[in-house]
Design a protein around this ligand. Structure first.
Ligand code: SF4
Ligand code: SF4
Length: 105
């Protein structure tokens, strides 16, 4: 996707889209989710083998005792506006971002 991308005052702006989160490094702290206004990512539960159990929606977050830990998953990448807020709050540096002019629409 190519620009031009501009801010309200017409200054050049390059969105930096969130494209992936490393599930091996993510600690599921939820900071990125809290600052994101676009519902791009959600917490998912994984079992002891690393198998994804499903989204943690508050109804069965224990997954019948199979839950080992939670990780953040980029399940709606197309919603991202590339603001970069999630990258600034991540304590584990486990996110991958890509400039808007390098990713397909
Ligand atoms: S870059 Fe902004 S819009 Fe995209 S996932 Fe991060 S916080 Fe949400
Ligand atoms: S802020 Fe970083 S470590 Fe915390 S849930 Fe998001 S990606 Fe994972």
């Amino acid at each position: 996707m190519t620009g031009p991308f501009v801010t309200r005052d017409g200054s050049q702006w390059m969105p930096d889209y969130l494209t992936a989160i490393d599930g091996m490094t993510c600690i599921g702290c939820g900071r990125c989710f809290k600052v994101c206004s676009r519902e791009v990512m959600h917490l998912y539960g994984i079992d002891g083998t690393g198998e994804v159990l499903g989204v943690c929606d508050g109804e069965d977050d224990d997954f019948d005792g199979l839950l080992n830990r939670m990780i953040m998953v980029v399940d709606h990448p197309g919603r991202c506006i590339g603001c970069g807020a999630c990258a600034r709050v991540c304590p584990k540096n486990c996110q991958t971002h890509a400039a808007a002019d390098t990713v397909p629409a």
